[in-house]
Design a protein around this ligand. Structure first.
Ligand code: ADP
Ligand code: MG
Length: 388
């Protein structure tokens, strides 16, 4: 799960990691009121969306007068924000973070992720702050420093010194102490909240020598949310794709893609294989949908309704191998979905496995209009033909 910058900064603040003074606003008037409580100029108005790259996309505005705060807020709220992470349609901005503008002298990068290879957290530090870290990694990896953290020991002071010997051996002792304290607090925050990623980009040193987290990004491990109740309340449903949000209500694994072939499959492996054969047949899948091994009639029905609610879908392929899931359960779910929504696009069904005869009979005896495919290859070709 992702959260907004203003929420992440609140967690930072509570953990003792310095952040700029600021607050969240939902309108230009509120933005102005908040700015009045903060010393300036300058003030900074920042779009709160989950995607990064807001600065380049025009979602971060540094202004020099209090009147401009309102104007900047109006500007940012008036249109979807497009960044390299939002997709071409951009993301609607509902909230703004209004904060004190800092006089930045130096920018650093500090982050923690899980290193799956060694099964432990890894802290990353770099003097190339404020830039895309992926780009730094690709073009100048020598600017990235990494320390794996043994979770039985936690983050140790020598690791902060290692970072600084890499970056700047002559670094000011006070600065080293400050950075070291921030690193250790960030690590504790990462562990105690079951994070999968924390990132401060940039972590800045101001002209007066303050070290401040200017940006804040935190992702949490969804599988741990059951024990992180306070974190779970930070979820913003507006940031999710509507259909994906709907699918998650029914525990369906659904991801929207760019093509026009809706696919309903059971099992992640079969779902991926189905997407592959659709592409091989020259068409593009509109979604990944794994209804799961033990899907119920209700899940199948809702899954199909979600696929059909996507108006780009021009044909649907149902590819089910009945193992744990029974084909008659699938068939009943499909027939029930057809009772609730009109199926206006061609439906191709490939059914095999447990209770296949019963499943086929249920489909055949319904008023559903569908074609039966012999096997997975045949199914992909049939569905691709519908959109060619
Ligand atoms: P994003 O990573 O989404 O582009 P950031 O929060 O990193 O957003 O902001 C982008 C840039 O805007 C920063 O690198 C910094 O140069 C500037 N900026 C952001 N917040 C402030 C602030 N409080 N004071 C001064 N400059 C800021
Ligand atoms: Mg940033």
């Amino acid at each position: 799960m992702k959260i907004h910058e203003y929420q992440a900064k609140e967690l930072f603040r509570n953990a003792g990691i310095p952040v700029p003074k600021g607050d969240v606003a939902a309108s230009p008037e509120e933005a102005l009121e908040i700015a009045k409580t903060i010393d300036g100029p300058p003030w900074v108005v920042k779009a709160q969306i989950h995607a990064g790259g807001r600065g380049k996309g025009g979602g971060v505005k540094v202004v020099k007068s209090i009147e401009e705060v309102k104007k900047a807020a109006e500007d940012i709220l008036s249109k979807p924000l497009i960044t390299h992470q939002t997709g071409p349609n951009g993301q609607k901005v509902r909230n703004l973070l209004v904060e004190e503008g800092l006089d930045i002298e130096r920018e650093f990068y500090l982050g923690i992720v899980i290193d799956r290879k060694i099964e432990s957290p890894a802290m990353i530090f770099s003097q190339a702050g404020g830039m895309e870290i992926e780009e730094v990694s690709a073009k100048s990896p020598e600017l990235l420093f990494l320390e794996n953290i043994d979770i039985t020991n936690g983050f140790l002071p020598y690791q902060a010194r290692n970072f600084f010997f890499g970056v700047e051996p002559m670094l000011d002792k006070n600065l080293l102490r400050e950075f070291s304290s921030i690193m250790s607090k960030l690590y504790n925050l990462f562990i105690s909240n079951d994070c999968s990623l924390v990132e401060i980009n940039p972590l800045v040193v101001t002209s007066s020598g303050r070290v401040v987290a200017l940006d804040a990004k935190i992702n949490f491990d969804d599988n741990a949310l059951f024990r992180q109740k306070n974190i779970a309340t930070l979820h913003d449903p507006y940031e999710m794709d509507e259909l994906e949000a709907e699918a998650s209500k029914y525990s369906l694994n659904y991801i929207r893609l760019d093509g026009n072939i809706g696919a309903m499959v059971n099992g992640a492996g079969l779902a991926m294989a189905t997407m592959d054969v659709i592409k091989l047949a020259g068409a593009e899948p509109a979604n990944f949908l794994d209804v799961g091994g033990g899907a119920t009639e209700e899940m199948v029905k809702n899954g199909l309704k979600i696929i059909l609610a996507d108006n780009r879908v021009k044909a649907v392929l149902i590819n089910i191998f009945g193992g744990i899931m029974r084909c008659d359960v699938l068939a009943r779910g499909v027939v029930n979905a057809a009772k609730e929504v009109e199926i206006k696009v061609p439906l191709i069904v490939r059914l095999e496995g447990t209770n296949v005869q019963e499943g086929r009979a249920i489909l055949k005896n319904s008023d559903l209009d569908f074609s039966v495919a012999r096997d997975i290859e045949d199914a992909a070709e049939m569905v691709a033909e519908q959109v060619s």
